[in-house]
Design a protein. Structure first.
Length: 148
């Protein structure tokens, strides 16, 4: 609960913008680093296409905190993260993702949105919360994945 409150406080205090998987552009609200928006747009395309090879290159080589649906959160390696995401995606079709809030402070970034998918013949919506860290090479890497 405390983690959720702190995360909400962080989101409220950061600048925000909107990103949509339609690729029609970005809202005009300020974001500190446009590279994060570009990285998230690539992530949206990869998720919607179920292309985990593209997602793999966007995951931090350090441990990643992963929470997916009913499984408890855990710190996983890059390879373990892909396996967990593959298990999630394998049972879902028609995936569509939208991020409606993106912010960063120059070192850490955050993106929140929704994913819809068909699971067992019915349409299901999930809440997406992704965290990013700016690498030494200047690219944004996934450091937290939450799909609930």
């Amino acid at each position: 609960m405390l983690r959720a409150i702190l995360f909400f406080a962080f989101l409220v205090t950061c600048s925000a913008t909107q990103l949509h998987s339609s690729g029609r552009g970005f809202a005009r609200a300020p974001v500190n680093d446009p590279r994060l928006r570009t990285q998230i747009q690539k992530l949206i395309v990869a998720l919607n296409k179920r292309d985990l090879d593209s997602v793999r290159s966007q995951i931090s080589p350090s441990r990643v905190f992963v929470e997916i649906t009913t499984k408890p959160g855990a710190y996983l390696s890059n390879s373990q993260t892909i396996l967990v995401m593959e298990s999630f995606i394998r049972t879902r079709t028609g995936i569509s993702s939208v991020f409606d809030f993106v912010s960063d402070d120059g070192r850490f970034g955050s993106a929140s949105g929704t994913m819809t998918a068909t699971e067992g013949g019915r349409r299901v919506s999930y809440r997406l919360d992704f965290g990013f860290v700016l690498s030494g090479g200047g690219s944004w890497l996934l450091s937290r994945i939450s799909i609930r």
